[in-house]
Design a protein around this ligand. Structure first.
Ligand code: C2E
Ligand code: CA
Ligand code: CA
Ligand code: CA
Length: 273
């Protein structure tokens, strides 16, 4: 049985995984991995558009057996995202503390799932973790998606308000891909909008896409929010992002997600694909 398991692993592909191993087995594997320390975090720098100083880093979860697009939804379905999400927060805060102790004042940005945000005690848990980390609350940013908010508007907003009152920063992730209305946006206690990479992808090739990003930026400005452009892959996108007044940049052109020990705090010099 062990041999079979091994060869199945060798032939792994995401589709096979879903169909052959089945969700139960994958769920069991996720649970086992959490207990045995098989998850890890990588960090992707976020730079100031002008001056290109690294101001924050997004923590991104890694698992040896599948990509986040596959295992995160499953972790959400099974509820494992709750303990896993706490583990991510704890790790990311410990990393931010280590950076701070080395003299790097970097905000760590952590993705939060809707099920975490809908938990009544979520804000309290975050408060405890921040206190244990000995970091100021402003060293933590939480990335939330519009869909996460819309599923339980009252509960989510209550948590976000508590977190923001504590000094935690809140970013609306994948901005533009959800369904929030302007009035929703106006009611959200936010610090920053992350323009989804699908809008940035052709910003240098299509006047239409550029106009759309420009509109998202003026919306952000009207709400006094900072703007991050995600998915910056080529120099042309950097140039346009700056011209449009986008404050922060994130993407493979500047830096790929890396293990904490491989991260460089210098401005990206002559980055290439
Ligand atoms: P996201 O939050 O939108 O994260 C950004 C994704 O874009 C990351 O994919 C990152 O590697 C990728 N990316 C960054 N720069 C570029 C670029 O220039 N071009 C392109 N094409 N992609 C770029 P990743 O790491 O595969 O994560 C996928 C998604 O999984 C994330 O999307 C997020 O929704 C989710 N995720 C990752 N880690 C966590 C976590 O700890 N908790 C939760 N709840 N979700 C997570
Ligand atoms: Ca994110
Ligand atoms: Ca995003
Ligand atoms: Ca995304």
């Amino acid at each position: 049985a062990k041999n079979l398991g091994r060869s199945r692993y060798l032939f792994f592909d995401q589709c096979l995984y879903e169909n052959m191993l089945g969700k139960l087995e994958l769920e069991e594997k996720l649970r086992h991995s959490l207990e045995h320390g098989e998850f890890s975090l990588v960090y992707q720098p976020i730079y100031q558009a002008n001056g290109q100083r690294m101001v924050s880093a997004e923590a991104l979860l890694r698992w040896p057996h599948a990509t986040p697009d596959v295992f995160i939804p499953l972790a959400e379905e099974t509820g494992l995202i709750l303990p896993l999400g706490l583990w991510v927060l704890e790790q990311a805060l410990a990393q931010a503390k280590a950076w701070r102790d080395q003299g790097h004042d970097i905000v760590v940005s952590v993705n939060v799932s809707h099920s975490q945000l809908h938990q009544q005690q979520f804000a309290d848990k975050v408060r405890e973790l921040i206190q244990a980390s000995e970091l100021p609350s402003s060293s933590l940013q939480l990335e939330i998606t519009e869909t996460a908010l819309l599923e339980d508007w009252q509960g989510s907003i209550a948590n976000i308000q508590l977190l923001r009152d504590m000094g935690v920063r809140i970013a609306l992730d994948d901005f533009g891909t959800g369904y929030s209305s302007l009035s929703h946006l106006q009611q959200m206690p936010l610090d920053c909008l992350k323009i989804d990479k699908s809008f940035m992808a052709r910003v240098h090739e299509s006047e239409r896409d550029k106009a759309l990003v420009e509109a998202l930026v003026s919306l952000a400005r009207a709400l006094s929010l900072k703007v991050v452009a995600e998915g910056v892959e080529v120099e042309e996108q950097v140039r346009i992002a700056k011209a449009l007044g986008i404050h922060y940049l994130q993407g493979f052109y500047l830096a790929r997600p890396k293990k904490a020990e491989e991260l460089s705090f210098n401005p990206p010099s002559e980055p290439g694909p």
